[in-house]
Design a protein around this ligand. Structure first.
Ligand code: SF4
Ligand code: SF4
Length: 423
């Protein structure tokens, strides 16, 4: 991975043209030079030249980046700004440490699936025992902080049972032609099990034997916060179990996880990490490139649009496959939205750290969606689903938000394959 010590060549490539301003969602909302790529490059250069220190302000400005890569894509010199920002965050974490809460999340919670499941269970009980209703009714969180109350409203409903606990480890259809592992990611596992069932349903119907090994968080929250050691520890665990599964491909339904799994080859040295990363494919790319995908013939008579997750379009170069799959849905009409690949503002936990800013970015996305007249917005990242649902709800919009797998699963006659649930 890029370090600040090796970054000087990349920094020199910035010609200060300002091309990044036009595409940076943060600059679009704030017009602040320190938020845009050029400003960040200037700051990192100043630090390397000993002109500024790793101050709390510097830390704040480095945190203020969605890592959406829009600037990299639009840069005539291809300055890897997201990698430089990540390197700066690692440097800051190394020098100053990370917060107590983050440390516990990355080093204890995410490294232990039992603890993570327990935390999800507590979230479920909070939402379903009446405690959440009481907290909201009494305005308790608002009394502590208005911001905290808004963030609490962003959290989606936690599933009663995690997805992976509801399915067998190996799922075989009638005539499997390829064996693939499914990396479910934490959001599908704990929040959107319906996406998981839809992924399995579509894969099974298209000749895929699906293996769902024991797995851990992909590590992107830790890496994005500068805690490379925790991210690497999670990567090693995932590489080990998925390598043992002996599969032809590793499928993800989450753009952010997929992008991170590809990056394991940079994070961990050795052939095993490269072998693992080489097998990672987004769900849409896998259906398009690796199997003879056939949708069902049940019509979905809706006007739909598509949001490109940053980590799918720019992180993994997947753009055409989801559109082709959506257009193939019988009875569906597709309408491209304006700025389909502009970040929705979710960006991992950015929406929790900077709620108001993230919400402003999200509202632009909501406007672009609504202008298409579509009744459905499809995407390929649970984190984007969470954010887009939240901003559309604020507008009281009737537009549905759905993962591509759920849309494709709807084309098959009958219910999604529920008999695959284990016990
Ligand atoms: S577009 Fe690239 S070269 Fe131009 S200012 Fe931004 S980072 Fe520098
Ligand atoms: S990665 Fe995205 S948010 Fe960060 S500077 Fe570049 S365009 Fe702006």
């Amino acid at each position: 991975m890029e370090t600040l010590a090796t970054a000087s060549e990349a920094l020199k490539r910035c010609s200060k043209c300002g091309g990044c301003q036009a595409v940076c969602p943060l600059y679009g909302e704030t017009q602040a030079e320190s938020y845009v790529a050029r400003g960040k490059i200037f700051l990192i250069k100043s630090y390397l030249e000993g002109k500024v220190e790793l101050s709390p302000k510097m830390k704040e400005l480095m945190s203020l980046c969605l890592l959406c890569k829009a600037c990299v894509d639009n840069c005539p010199n291809k300055v890897p700004v997201d990698q430089l920002v990540l390197a700066a965050r690692r440097e800051i974490a190394g020098e100053k440490g990370i917060s107590f809460i983050k440390k516990n999340i990355f080093q204890n919670l995410l490294q232990n699936n039992g603890n993570l499941s327990l935390a999800a269970r507590m979230g479920y009980l909070y939402q379903h025992s009446g405690a959440q209703g009481l907290v909201r009714k009494t305005g308790l969180l608002k009394l502590i902080s208005d911001d905290l109350a808004k963030k609490e409203g962003l959290l989606p409903k936690v599933a009663r049972h995690p997805f992976r606990r509801q399915v067998p480890r190996v799922i075989t259809g009638s005539r499997p032609r390829i064996r693939a592992a499914y990396y479910t990611g934490c959001l599908t596992n704990y929040v959107y099990p319906g996406t998981g069932f839809a992924v399995v349903d579509v894969l099974k119907r298209n000749g895929v034997e699906i293996v769902i090994p024991e797995q851990w968080c992909c590590g992107i929250p830790a890496l994005a916060s500068g805690d490379e050691a925790s991210a690497a520890a999670l990567a090693r665990r995932n590489i080990e179990t998925f390598t043992r599964a002996g599969v032809d491909a590793i499928i993800t339904d989450c753009a952010s996880c997929g992008s991170m799994l590809h990056d394991y080859a940079d994070l961990i040295e050795g052939g095993e990490a490269r072998g693992f990363a080489g097998k990672v494919m987004d769900f849409s790319q896998f259906l398009n490139d690796a199997v003879d995908f056939q949708p069902g013939d049940r019509e979905v008579p809706l006007l739909a649009t598509y949001h490109d997750p940053c980590h799918l379009r720019r992180g993994q170069g997947v753009y055409a496959a989801p559109r082709k799959l959506i257009r193939g849905v019988p009875g569906l009409e597709f309408q491209e939205m304006k700025e389909a690949d502009r970040c929705c503002g979710a960006a991992g936990s950015f929406n929790l750290s900077y709620y108001d800013l993230s919400n402003r970015i999200g509202k632009r996305k909501a406007k672009n969606i609504q202008e298409t007249g579509a009744g459905l917005v499809v995407t390929g990242c649970p984190s984007c689903i969470m954010q887009i649902t939240h901003v559309l709800e604020q507008e009281q919009s009737p537009v549905q938000v759905m993962h591509l797998a759920e849309l494709l699963s709807m084309t098959y006659a009958g219910e999604a394959d529920c008999d695959l649930r284990a016990g």
